[in-house]
Design a protein around this ligand. Structure first.
Ligand code: ZN
Length: 186
């Protein structure tokens, strides 16, 4: 396991479609472990492979102790009306915006044991599933913002992005030094 560099907005990898995983190798297991480790250090609740510069259709999530490794995940059902809540993203540090999404989802994915599973979620977990699965298809939460809100988010990002040369965010290895924000980042 190792702490991975997080790619930030502007790195083309965040806009690329991922490729289906057809073999669960030791390398994939190590990648998933490193993604968990990186996500915890960054105080995030979800992290998708493109955010660490990888092309596998893989994401990890830990929402209030509910921990999932998602290989080739898909949303098979969504509903329950919609809800609006503020989102952030480990790949767009310090930028936040309200996103409207379906309240409930049913997700089908494969775990590291190779078994397919389904999980039904609502609340923050449902939002997190949708945000991470979007990442696996090159989509970011800012894409959902209105023109004006997106413009202001990008203006904010314009002032932040110089902190990340080559679109790389290196996490401080001392967790106490990690910035804190009351909202979860995904
Ligand atoms: Zn994100």
């Amino acid at each position: 396991m190792s702490i991975l560099e997080i790619r930030v907005l502007g790195d083309p990898v965040l806009r690329e479609e991922t490729r289906l995983v057809d073999d669960i190798t030791d390398e994939l297991r190590t990648l998933a472990s490193s993604m968990f480790e990186t996500m915890y250090l960054a105080r995030g609740i979800g992290l998708a492979a493109p955010q660490v510069g990888r092309g596998e259709r893989l994401a990890v999530i830990d929402v209030e102790g509910r921990r999932f490794t998602l290989i080739n995940p898909e949303i098979v059902e969504s509903g329950g009306g919609t809800a609006k809540a503020e989102e952030g993203c480990l790949s767009i540090p310090d930028v936040y915006g309200d996103v409207v999404r379906p309240k409930t989802v049913r997700v089908r994915a494969t775990g590291l044991d190779g078994q397919q599973y389904e999980v039904e979620a609502d609340g923050l977990l449902a939002r997190c599933f949708q945000h991470e699965i979007d990442h696996l298809h090159g989509k970011l939460f800012i894409d959902y913002l209105s023109v004006l809100k997106r413009r202001s988010a990008l203006t904010k990002w314009g002032k932040e992005k110089d902190k990340y040369p080559n679109f790389i965010r290196r996490l401080p290895t001392d967790p106490a030094a990690t910035h804190e924000h009351p909202d979860e980042e995904l």
